[in-house]
Design a protein around this ligand. Sequence first.
Ligand code: SF4
Ligand code: SF4
Length: 91
Amino acid sequence: MNIEKLLAIDKFLVDDEAKHITLQKEICTSCQLKPCRFACPAGLYTLKDGEITFDPAGCLECGTCRVICPQKGAINWQYPRGGFGIIYRYG
Ligand code: SF4
Ligand code: SF4
């Protein structure tokens, strides 16, 4: 089963008013390897036109991106507000 099918099992309520993860993209521009692209199990960090983009829908709240990011201050990470975030339906 691929990532998209696995993620489709779960349900996500995205908080558009207070996203739980935000990036300081000007810091990301100086990040050479951009390991978030490979470390996020949900594949939410992608490179588009040379710039890193992030989509909070599908976040598993595992914290891997916060730990793996080598650039201080690039990621502002917090758990979603109550009522938002992931709802696991299996496992
Ligand atoms: S690893 Fe951190 S600094 Fe590098 S691109 Fe990803 S979020 Fe930005
Ligand atoms: S917390 Fe985990 S699933 Fe969410 S964006 Fe970071 S690495 Fe990806």
